[in-house]
Design a protein around this ligand. Structure first.
Ligand code: FAD
Length: 505
């Protein structure tokens, strides 16, 4: 193909529908990567409809996203009232009264190709009080409210600090809007009331606003939230419902004033029919109670939320409904769904913003020409779907691996049928003490171990190669790692001091 033919096949106009976190993350990245001389990028959002207004906890990959955009961390943290996040504390999940931290980063030190958890499973069976958190710099620092950036040294836990952020989602969208508009993205305010399809192939032709304005495009990116006004309402793509596996379908959220210095981790406290989040920001705490309306009414959920927040309310509690699941295709014809329009697992492990990031990355990898090759679209859908199913299984594990018998909700979760893919992982861990892991999945062996061990899943065996080391050698190995991790955490500043020096408003 000569270069003129190539140019004529190039997409010219990209219309992004929606200005929430998904819309502005997409707009900012496309503006940065594609530039504004060859592509026209327009974002349409409705002030009257607004955004979902939740989604404030992230995982470490967000740092890569910000770096790609060339965002300065201190400026970003000041502008979004951000704090650092080292992981999530899960309280009352295995049993009422229990707590564990799922930290970012790894545990201990791997020996040759064997993960540390293999040695841990043997040692914890030998008696003695072994706690995985003593071997993770992230978990121990979180417990002690400490934080610092990783040092540039490999053979120390201080070189292995993995972190993400808590931020104000509204401020983050505003920050990215500013970034994208400066790079030439056009913002159109208005409500879309009709979507016109092309007669011959059913592709999206244009969107019509309430006031009569019409916008045509080659590629449409649906960031319109749960409704999916392009991918679902216009194209009827379909939704795979996961509410039998992830029965929570509602959340009630409220911000409160800070009364303690912000903790460097999210807290997730299991309640009778769901769980409650506490997300500490610099200027306030985000709280929310995620619950299943099959097992609890809104008023009861509201009372539980209000009984378990600290600090004065800064707004009226607000209910958000959702349906866990995924769109049957994320990319259909000339429309790509990004963000909540593509599906929603549930917020337990803060994966939604990461999935927005993944969708954008894959969209760039499989960026189409005007002819929209179907193989290209299929490849995109297949890869994203696989990613999502791995994450779904990991989230379902938290509900399935409970021992709680104190409510109908937990009895349901404990006994519900689960996908074979997850059943096999649980069986392998129980029978062999091994963790199945696919190299393409988001959560590492250490993450699976954190939840399986933290919620008291028993393994009956350990990896045979662990026995190459004598028990005395293992005891020495464990005590050395424990003391190095403790000394490292002792040397770290408090999270509050670190924020005050690094990025306070
Ligand atoms: C309870 C809850 C807690 C969550 N917590 C987390 C978390 O801690 N971490 C995380 O990563 N994710 C979390 N999420 C997910 C996260 O909130 C979303 O992934 C993120 O906010 C992106 O949302 P969005 O941009 O897709 O949709 P929205 O924020 O809903 O934005 C939709 C946009 O589309 C526009 N729009 C809609 N219809 C029209 C129309 N007809 N015309 C014009 N414009 C229109 C709206 O105006 C808005 O701008 C949570 C979600 C829920 C429900």
């Amino acid at each position: 193909m000569n270069s003129d033919a190539h140019i004529s096949q190039r997409i010219n106009t990209i219309i992004i529908v929606g200005g929430g976190t998904a819309g502005w993350m997409t707009a900012a990245t496309l503006a940065k990567v594609l530039g504004n001389d060859k592509y026209s990028i327009q974002l349409i959002e409705s002030d009257a409809i607004g955004t979902i207004g939740v989604g404030e906890a992230t995982i470490p990959h967000i740092g890569v996203f910000n770096k790609i955009l060339g965002i300065d961390e201190q400026d970003f943290m000041r502008s979004t009232q951000a704090t650092f996040k080292l992981g999530i504390e899960f309280i009352n999940w295995g049993n009422v009264g229990e707590s564990y931290i799922h930290p970012f980063g790894s545990y201990g030190v791997n020996i040759d190709s064997l993960h540390f958890y293999n040695y841990f499973l043997k040692m914890s069976k030998q008696g003695g009080n072994y706690n995985p958190e003593d071997y993770s710099v992230g978990a121990l620092a979180a417990r002690n409210n400490k934080f610092m950036h990783p040092l540039n040294i490999t053979r120390s836990p201080l070189g292995n600090i993995k972190y993400a952020y808590h931020f104000d989602a509204g401020l983050y969208a505003k920050y990215l809007r500013n970034y994208a508009e400066n790079k030439g993205v056009g913002r159109i305010e208005g409500k879309i009331t009709r979507v016109k399809l092309q007669e011959d192939n059913g592709f999206i032709d244009s969107v019509l606003l309430e006031d009569g304005r019409v916008y045509s495009g080659d590629l449409f990116i649906d960031c319109s939230g749960f409704r999916g006004i392009l991918i679902e309402e216009a194209l009827g793509t379909g939704y795979e419902d996961w509410s039998n596996l992830l029965p929570c379908d509602s959340a009630i959220a409220v911000p409160t004033a800070n009364i303690h210095p912000p903790k460097p981790y999210t807290r997730s406290v299991a309640q009778k029919a769901g769980w409650q989040w506490h997300i500490p920001l610099q200027h306030r705490t985000g709280n929310g109670h995620v619950y299943s309306s099959r097992f609890m009414c809104d008023e009861q959920a509201r009372q539980i939320l209000l009984n378990n927040v600290e600090g004065g309310l800064l707004a009226e509690p607000r209910v958000v409904r959702f349906k866990t699941g995924m769109r049957r295709k994320f990319w259909n014809k000339n429309c790509v769904a990004v963000g909540l329009s593509s599906g929603f697992i549930e917020p337990l492990e803060s994966t939604s913003i990461h999935l927005i990031q993944t969708s954008i990355k894959k969209l760039l990898e499989f960026f189409p020409g005007k002819y929209f090759n179907q193989g290209n679209i299929d490849a995109y859908n297949e890869i994203l779907q696989r990613n999502l199913l791995f994450i779904r299984d990991f989230i379902v594990l938290h509900y399935k691996a409970t021992h709680r018998q104190d409510s109908a909700f937990w009895n349901y979760c404990r006994t519900m049928p689960i996908p074979d893919s997850l059943e096999k992982r649980i069986d392998l861990y129980r029978q062999e003490g091994k963790i199945y892991h696919d190299s393409n999945e988001l959560f590492s062996e250490d993450s699976w171990f954190a939840v399986m061990q933290g919620q008291g899943l028993e393994s009956n065996n350990h990896h045979p190669l662990v026995d190459v080391l004598s028990e005395q050698q293992l005891r020495n190995f464990f005590s050395e790692i424990k003391s190095v991790v403790a000394n490292s955490v002792n040397a770290m500043p408090t999270h509050a001091d670190y924020i005050a020096n690094y990025c306070a408003q």
